[in-house]
Design a protein around this ligand. Sequence first.
Ligand code: SIN
Ligand code: CO
Length: 392
Amino acid sequence: MTFIPLCLPDTMTPEQFLSEYWQKKPLLIKQGLPQLIDMFEPDDMLGLALDEESSARLLTQAPTKPADKPQWQLKKSPLSETDFDNLPAQWTVLVQNMEQWSPELGQLWQAFDFIPQWQRDDIMVSYAPKGGSVGKHYDDYDVFLAQGYGSRRWQLGKYCDKNTEFVKDEPIRLFDDMGEIIFDEVLQAGDVLYVPPKLSHFGVAQDDCLTFSFGCRRPNLMQIIDSLADIATNDSDLFIPLLLPQTRQPSGELQAESISAIKDQLLQLLESARGDDIIGQAVSEVVSKRQYDALVPEETLDTDELMQALAEGATLQADYSNRLLYHKSADGLSLYANGQRLDGLDTIAIQILQRLADGEALQADDVADIEPDDLMEWLENGWVWVNVADNF
Ligand code: SIN
Ligand code: CO
């Protein structure tokens, strides 16, 4: 799996997708991700769902709504084999953060290279037997629904908003009425359906079926403010008493003028070059954070094995279960991995990590000037993945 073409119809450019469809309209991309076909089998997913370190959910649906009881039942991981005993006919098991378990699957993010890495969330898989679904619902974020095994019928309906009402007392957000159905098709393995935020959708397994959701995310202001506060509380330069014009005032009052003078000084700081640095750091830290804890790798190569693998043609690639990104400012390029700024890197290391963050597959020659110990550290941190498979 060396070169992965973009997941777009042949006649569509990324620019066209971003301006006409992204966050606006759904798009069916027939055979958009053929690499996914039979990459996994349903049994693989059952095994993963039972792993104590996986983040999984088992959703079951009673055939009709029992009186005074929800129709749906949700059990979150850890799941055990007994959870799968006596299941009703319709159920779905979902496993998040699949790129953590399969770097090869994670590499398929390259098919969505027109979405920057920092806006990608994770790959979730759903396994359902015929008839299984997670109900009619909408999501707050963009998602590419890629069929990996079997087939699923997808229906798309109305756009929802914060006033859309969900069925009461169910453990998941779902509704009965999707409004007018604007799309109704069965997706086969390799097909991909892009669904923008807030568009209601309903996918029903037609047979044993694996669907991979390549989900996106966007930061919110609460996270940015939280991160700003973290950075600011460690910056002694900001521990400077503010300048306040003094006027005669009742001694019990905190006057609006004083608050506004403080606000002005805060805004001045945020608008200064120093403010740009702090905001750049805050945003970078937020968007480079991983959502799930890192798994401890079972085994990694040692230094000799790594150098040998590279010499034999293996490539070094970003591991998409981790977040490696950079931002450029007047001071140069700052790199971040998993929520932390990487300080103290030399120019060569910065250039190499930048290329990896941009999705390049690097060969022995590309990394010849880097200390093997540095490469090992990147590997052990999980930032990079050694792709040996393509050489055999
Ligand atoms: C599914 O794979 O069944 C659900 C994915 C989604 O609706 O976002
Ligand atoms: Co959804």
